[in-house]
Design a protein around this ligand. Structure first.
Ligand code: AP5
Length: 214
């Protein structure tokens, strides 16, 4: 069976952190729509230029841009045996696009990482990202060995532009309005598990594996 895991949850709930850990363990590729968009932004591609204003203000990038981008990505042969999705789908339209490519040979599971707004604002203020390889750190919970430097590649650690408190609050509102309806969407299909996103990483991963049985 082809394994497809969707990581759903508000900004800062740990989708990227959990997704990277599971991708390593299960040897499945991870698709992060946010990372692909930021890469396009850095390279100043057409997608990047179109997405910039939305990302920096905490709004969702329009469906037509993101759906086309993910459709193109999924054509790559590395995804043939399955994949983990971080940050996609984020609207009902995006979920419907995914429905079209999921068939009976796919074991589709959805994890909703749940966490409170104030917890998330606080957590994101301590997030740092390697500007070279994208590895995610937390200054208190998951700090680098050497301050400001990535353990993996030696790159410089930076703060994301959308991790400013006012932008994080806007992202949380957008999440509630446009993404949270997907919880019901997948709960109705019987493939969703709600997992505490505020716990430590080891417990979160173990809860997820109990649910997926992968
Ligand atoms: P995106 O990059 O997807 O951001 P997000 O969904 O807001 O989520 P984050 O990346 O902020 O958080 P996360 O849940 O991955 O948490 P993380 O693991 O880093 O999207 C950014 C923007 O791109 C959007 O606003 C939008 O504009 C656009 N976009 C992207 N996808 C789109 C789509 N499909 N449609 C339209 N627009 C789209 O963890 C956070 C911190 O907590 C880290 O410091 C980490 O080290 C720490 N941490 C995580 N888990 C734990 C743990 N268990 N214990 C201790 N610390 C932890």
């Amino acid at each position: 069976m082809k394994k497809v895991l969707i990581l759903l949850g508000p900004p800062g709930a740990g989708k990227g952190t959990v997704g990277n850990a599971l991708a390593d363990e299960w040897e499945l590729p991870l698709i992060s729509s946010g990372d692909i968009l930021r890469e396009n932004l850095k390279k100043k591609t057409e997608i990047g230029n179109k997405a910039k204003q939305y990302i920096e203000s905490g709004e969702l990038v329009p469906d037509e841009i993101v759906i086309e981008m993910i459709e193109q990505e999924l054509k790559k042969t590395i995804y043939i045996n399955g994949f983990i999705l971080d940050g996609f789908p984020r609207t009902v339209n995006q979920a419907k696009m995914l429905d079209r490519i999921v068939d009976n040979s796919t074991d589709l599971k959805v994890i909703y990482l749940k966490a409170d707004d104030d917890f998330l604002v606080n957590r994101l203020s301590n997030r740092r990202i390697c500007e070279k390889c994208g590895k995610i750190y937390h200054l208190i919970n998951i700090p680098p060995i050497k301050e400001g430097i990535c353990d993996i590649c030696g790159g410089k650690l930076m703060q994301r532009v959308d991790d400013r408190e006012d932008v994080v609050r806007r992202r949380l509102t957008v999440y509630k309005e446009q993404t949270a309806p997907l919880i019901e969407y997948y709960r109705n299909q019987g493939i969703l598990s709600i997992i505490n996103g505020e716990g430590n990483l080891r417990d979160t991963l173990s809860e997820i594996k109990k649910f997926t049985k992968w």
